[in-house]
Design a protein around this ligand. Structure first.
Ligand SMILES: Nc1ncnc2c1ncn2[C@@H]1O[C@H](COP(=O)(O)OP(=O)(O)OP(=O)(O)O)[C@@H](O)[C@H]1O
Ligand SMILES: O=C(O)C1=C[C@@H](O)[C@@H](O)[C@H](O)C1
Length: 314
């Protein structure tokens, strides 16, 4: 429920809705500034309603400071002060597990607000071409930039997590330089790839700055090079060994998946989610079966789907 604002009684109300997918890590960017990610099917749906008002921003969930920070980067001040904004977030991505929930939500809020600000019926027409999924427009990057800058300023991320934001927004596989906000590589992924995710019970998140241990930075650099060479699964395995040792996430969980035939397995983001990749439905089932002893298991697929924004009738 949206608290504090009437719904749709105002004929000036305009509503934008966004579907944005989530992602998992191939290589964590915190140690080196460069990261790699893979888009998955699990996603979020965000609705933003804009009506005449006095600059109030309300949301059914989440941190209003962070949300406000995103919106102010998209909406000009003189527009915002005459509007009320109500945000409704519905997410299938578990929060606080390293599964890019914050990137998916912040991208989605930024995109919905941008759609409302631009107010152009032809908005996003370039996405309707056959090869549109491979298109990355200046508009897309502007939206991502707002979400990434807000996430640094609000201390939701350390590097801005541009790698996470790109995979959520565009789908497919990315290798990025987060500090330069530069895409180093983008490739479509085979959508038959199964992604198995474990949310392990009883494991707390450690300080992600531990990932910057000087003795292991060169090994993270090597993982980035593997990803840049297209050896994504090797990169993911190496990242998993490094992240699990630095953040004290039991490696036996990762090993279980590899022993049951995963092409790759590792830790997503700053954990504690453990992820496994396989091209076989039956191996995905085997991995899910062993992992259910350790916590909740979620099954998904790799995704190349770009975010979609649409205007909704009030
Ligand atoms: N579903 C959500 N609804 C509202 N706000 C969210 C949601 N998910 C994330 N956020 C915002 O992002 C912040 C960080 O979320 P979280 O720790 O889940 O990040 P994450 O994306 O899972 O982590 P990682 O960056 O390691 O992948 C939250 O404190 C909240 O402000
Ligand atoms: O806070 C950050 O900058 C990051 C957090 C994790 O999601 C990482 O996976 C990502 O590469 C960078």
């Amino acid at each position: 429920m949206v608290i504090g604002m009437d719904r749709d009684t105002n004929s000036n109300t305009r509503i934008a809705m966004v579907n944005m997918h989530g992602a998992i890590s191939i290589v964590n960017a915190i140690p080196t500034g460069k990261g790699s990610t893979l888009g998955i099917g699990l996603g979020v749906n965000v609705t933003v309603r804009m009506s005449s008002g006095q600059g109030r921003i309300v949301s059914n969930t989440g941190d209003v400071g962070f949300i406000h920070n995103i919106i102010k980067r998209i909406m000009p001040d003189d527009m915002l002060k005459h509007k009320d904004i109500a945000i409704e977030i519905r997410s299938r991505i578990p929060m606080g597990y390293g599964l890019k929930s914050s990137s998916a939500v912040s991208n989605a809020i930024a995109l919905a607000c941008h759609r409302l600000v631009v107010n152009d019926d032809n908005y996003g027409d370039e996405d309707n071409h056959d090869d549109a999924r491979d298109w990355i427009t200046a508009r897309d990057l502007k939206v991502i930039d707002a979400a990434v800058s807000a996430s640094i300023e609000s201390r939701v991320s350390i590097t801005g997590a541009f790698d996470d934001a790109c995979a959520c927004y565009f789908g497919g596989i990315f290798v990025t330089d987060n500090h330069a906000r530069r895409i180093l590589k983008h490739e479509r992924v085979d959508e038959n790839v199964n992604v198995v995710i474990l949310l392990p019970m009883g494991i707390r998140r450690s300080d992600p700055m531990r990932l910057r241990h000087p003795l292991l930075v060169e090994h993270f650099n090597h993982a980035v090079r593997l990803a840049e060479d297209g050896r994504y699964w090797d990169a993911m395995i190496l990242n998993g060994v490094l992240v699990s040792s630095l953040l004290s996430i039991p490696y036996n969980l990762v090993l279980d998946a590899l022993e049951h035939g995963a092409l790759a397995a590792g830790i997503s983001g700053n954990g504690p989610a453990v992820t496994a990749i396989t091209d076989s439905e039956s191996k995905a089932k085997d991995i899910a079966y062993v992992w259910q002893n350790y916590g909740e298991v979620i099954r998904s697929k790799a995704s190349n789907e770009k975010a979609v924004v649409s205007m909704v009738e009030g």
